[in-house]
Unconditional design. Sequence first.
Length: 258
Amino acid sequence: MNAAAFPARTAAIVPAAGRGERLGPGAPKALRSIGEIPILVHAVRSLTGCGRVGLVVVAAPPDGVEGVAALLAPFGTKVHVVAGGETRQQSVSRALDAIPEDVDIVLVHDAARALTPPGLVAAVADAVAAGHDAVIPVLPVADTIKSVDADDTVTATVDRSTLRAVQTPQGFRRSLLVKAHTAAGAPTNESAAATDDAGLVEQLGAPVRVIAGHPEAFKVTTPFDLILAEAVWARRQGTGGPQNGGIEAPRGRGTTDD
Ligand code: CTP
Ligand code: MG
């Protein structure tokens, strides 16, 4: 489906107000750079470049709204900046309040997933437009997963064949996302808040559809992830190793058999 044939008004929310504590000392994570381009600018480009998104609302660190607005000024009226909250859930909720009434589909995309291919954004938006009111991109889990107790003793090996690692953008019919956030409130403590928006939809009992994610939609969380992101970006620019335009997405059903 091309952009001209895309009927619904679609907007994106970018939670970018986190401090990036696991990344270590420095600027807020969204303002750190990959290939000398801020993580937040990479993420906004993925969204505006997919041919589906008419407006991006960014939740910025509350003490950095003006700086973020200046950084994103080249995008013009397609990008709007609001102050984020104390938790990711609160940041998304505040940005959701700023989405215009006529928007029908809302994508929520972590700034920290800077190098997400625009094609994945389009696939999520198209799956919502096709009638799935909540859509998330997922990847199979490659590692063996075990549960442990408080004494660091293994209690079980979990059957990973039914597990998936979840990415963003997550796409929603706007009315469902608003209902989910309204029902959940806006916890100020990250340990009481949801780590993704589909989790809030699940709490309503509504179905959440999965589609195939993409390895390059990984979240920059630790210093190692930043090294990986630099390598992926250099490869895309043709300055770092084999130049075939990016990493292949996994094929098939996305299960792990080894
Ligand atoms: N986020 C946000 N508002 C918060 C906390 C997080 O908008 N109060 C955003 C982050 O900026 C990030 C996304 O939510 O784009 C995913 O969160 P995470 O990877 O945990 O980022 P940080 O919270 O910044 O990192 P850390 O938990 O290591 O401090
Ligand atoms: Mg966090």
